[in-house]
Design a protein around this ligand. Structure first.
Ligand code: 28F
Length: 649
């Protein structure tokens, strides 16, 4: 059946293509989650996942990715090459079907696992629909063939452009700026982190990332290769890098009709309980799910059974909690199943109930066997957990003692919380301010209807090294927990948050950066849900104030918020040399009015929302900063102190 429209005639299959493209371009968020930076990066994951599938099928062992200066991206693999034969049903080359018909890319029926990235395998046709141009080169059957697309529609039909001894597929795409209106610029570390994860999750797979935008002094592009011969064992080693470990990585795997599971785990002397990551078909299930639940229950039960059987836990002792058992644990759980059900707010929670017993039994058996066969590290692991239990008991007693009827009781909040009058958390915000002088001017500057101030005295305890339960008795930590109202760990309840904006406001110097980092460590370790909810912010006080030269009035003509902006202003503004430039070392140097209008007044201020994009990377940055190794921390803070961007981790 064909339909004439204007000068073109459309076949049935053309109409299917056009309707598909239309649907994707009209509601891109349905296919890639958003048209912001995350959706933009999903385009790359969709294309790379096709190459990973080819690798999982055993036909490809190298994937290369280029970020070009014009913000286009090329992905190439050495697989079999997308077939170019006429598709039996669609009567056009198979490669054209894969690129233009929605969900036509599914290569595996029953036997393999379609690894799905992005919003779980929407297919490369979505990338095509959301790109202004796509070029596909296929090398197979001795020739090199090319087909190009314009806004998802075939532009140059498939044609031979040369001979080829090797086989493979190469896709270059230009994200459509009419769709990606916020930005079409790719972030190197976002791609690098995802490829690092993919390499860990697919043992031996080699992914080479080229950034042609980043040239060194000789004009060579930045290249990084990701390959992990040890697979997820290398992943836990990476997570524990720089930490004192208690055992060699433990690895086991299992499979049944429902799918396969691989687990790697290694304890360290760190106190964090956030380094347990679970994946389903290579998707990072940030929200957990049945595989994670099975894993956690197996770890807790197996450690308790072993500890009691060896008399390391007395009859009278309470059981180790899940948190005790997971303190200092870095673990990767990777399940692969035929028909994954993703649930939750960001579709990153695994719902398949059938996978839970597979994981739970594998972990119970694997860990029990390891502990029996390795009594020395087993003793260290159980020792760490029982230490955590004792500290938790002590902290609970300390909390009981300091628990107050309400947060205004000065005994509970030695930091002297100046609360706001509104009781509506969604309207309320709390500024966590470093030191009493800044705290004082913030209290005068604020709008007490909806702004609370919590001055903290000096540096908060380094929660990574001291461990929360040990630092809980520190007044600062307990005043933070009490003021915020959600409690922590297993008692955490986001609905009890007394403010929906928790704003870290520290000085712009290295000390301020250190405090900010410690506070982020605290929130990242013990209230990560608040970060995921987008409640945590960093205030951006001005770095400079420009006053008219030799004028008697103290009036600031212009505030400047960072060094780049100052450089730009001095370069552009004709009368720039008529100003005295004052650099603000601390918040206390501004009077309350200035602090209000530059940093606290909602319509004028800029707040940086803290957004954890990659737990693995965040874990590494924070533990590198907060671990026992002093050197990495010092050089990292020096390097990043002025760059708040690294906080947007
Ligand atoms: C840079 C992006 O997309 N690589 C791909 C293949 C290989 C085959 C294939 C892809 C549709 C329904 C089969 C080749 N020979 N890299 C990629 N490599 N797709 S995508 O087949 C898709 C067809 O059935 C392939 C034999 N079988 C499969």
């Amino acid at each position: 059946m064909s339909v004439a429209k204007g000068s073109e005639t459309y076949s049935g299959e053309d109409i299917q293509v056009l309707e598909g493209l239309e649907a994707v371009r009209k509601r891109p968020g349905m296919y890639i989650g958003s048209t912001g930076p995350r959706g933009l990066h999903h385009l790359v994951y969709e294309v790379v996942d096709n190459s990973v599938d080819e690798a999982l099928a055993g036909y490809c062992d190298k994937i290369e990715v280029w970020i070009h200066p014009d913000n286009s991206v090329t992905v190439a693999d050495n697989g079999r090459g997308i077939p170019i034969d006429k598709h039996p049903k669609e009567k056009i080359p198979t490669v054209e079907v894969v690129l233009t018909i929605l969900h036509a890319g599914g290569k595996f029926g029953g036997d393999g696992y379609k690894v799905s990235g992005g919003l779980h395998g929407v297919g490369v046709s979505v990338v095509n629909a959301l790109s202004s141009r796509v070029e596909v080169c296929v090398c197979r059957d001795g020739g090199e063939h090319m087909i190009t697309f314009n806004h998802g529609k075939t532009e140059q039909k498939l044609h031979r452009i040369g001979s080829a001894k090797h086989t493979g597929t190469k896709v270059t795409f230009w994200p459509d700026p009419e769709i990606f209106t916020e930005t079409t610029e790719f972030d190197y570390s976002t791609l690098a982190n995802r490829f690092r994860e993919m390499a860990f999750l697919n043992k031996g797979l080699k992914i080479v990332l080229h950034d042609e935008r980043d040239l060194d002094s000789e004009g060579n592009e930045h290249i990084e290769t990701f390959q992990a011969a040890g697979g997820i064992v290398d992943f836990v080693k990476y997570l524990n890098d720089g930490k004192e470990t208690l055992n060699k990585p433990i690895y086991f795997e299992a499979e049944n009709n429902d799918g396969t599971v691989e687990v790697a785990l290694q304890w360290s002397s760190s106190y964090s309980t956030n380094s347990v990551m679970a994946f389903a078909n290579n998707i990072n299930t940030h929200e957990g799910g049945t595989h994670m639940d099975g894993f956690k229950q197996a770890i807790t039960r197996t450690l308790n059974d072993y500890a009691r059987s060896k008399g390391l836990l007395k009859e009278k002792d309470a059981n180790l909690s899940g948190e005790d058992a997971r303190e200092g644990l870095a673990a990767i759980i990777s399940v692969k199943l035929h028909d994954p059900q993703f649930e939750g707010q960001t579709k990153t929670k695994l719902g398949n109930t059938e996978i839970r017993p597979l994981v739970q039994n594998a972990v119970t058996r694997g860990l029990a066997e390891y502990l029996e066969e390795n009594p020395t590290p087993a003793k260290r692991i159980v020792g760490k957990a029982t230490q955590a239990l004792k500290a938790r008991e002590a902290a609970r007693k300390a909390r009981e003692m300091t628990r107050r009827k309400n947060v205004m009781d000065s005994f509970a909040l030695p930091g002297k919380l100046a609360d706001c009058s509104s009781k509506d958390a969604s309207m309320s915000e709390i500024f966590i301010v470093e030191g009493d002088s800044a705290g004082g001017s913030a209290k005068q500057a604020r709008d007490r209807k909806f702004q609370a101030i919590l001055p903290l005295r000096g540096k908060i305890l380094n929660v990574e090294r001291a461990g929360l339960h040990r630092s809980l008795s520190s007044e600062t930590i307990s005043s933070l927990i009490t003021a915020i109202g959600t409690n922590i760990g297993e008692d955490f309840d986001a609905d009890k948050a007394r403010y929906h904006r928790i704003i870290i406001m520290t000085d712009a110097d290295v000390d301020g950066a250190h405090i900010r980092c410690l506070l982020l460590t605290f929130f990242y370790r013990y209230m990560p849900e608040l970060i995921n909810l987008g409640y945590i912010y960093i205030a951006q006080p001005p770095l400079y104030g420009l006053k008219k030269k030799n004028s008697r009035s103290p009036k600031i003509e212009r505030y400047i918020y960072n060094d780049e902006a100052l450089k730009a202003y001095l370069a552009e503004a004709p009368d720039a040399d008529k100003f005295d430039i004052q650099r603000y070392k601390g918040l206390g140097e501004m009077d309350p009015e200035q602090l209000w209008e530059t940093t606290m007044e909602p319509t004028n201020r800029t707040l940086l929302r803290v957004n954890i994009e990659d737990a693995a990377q965040a874990e590494r940055v924070v533990s590198e900063l907060m671990g026992d190794q002093v050197e990495p921390r010092k050089e990292f803070i020096q390097k990043h102190a002025k760059d708040v961007r690294f906080l947007d981790i």
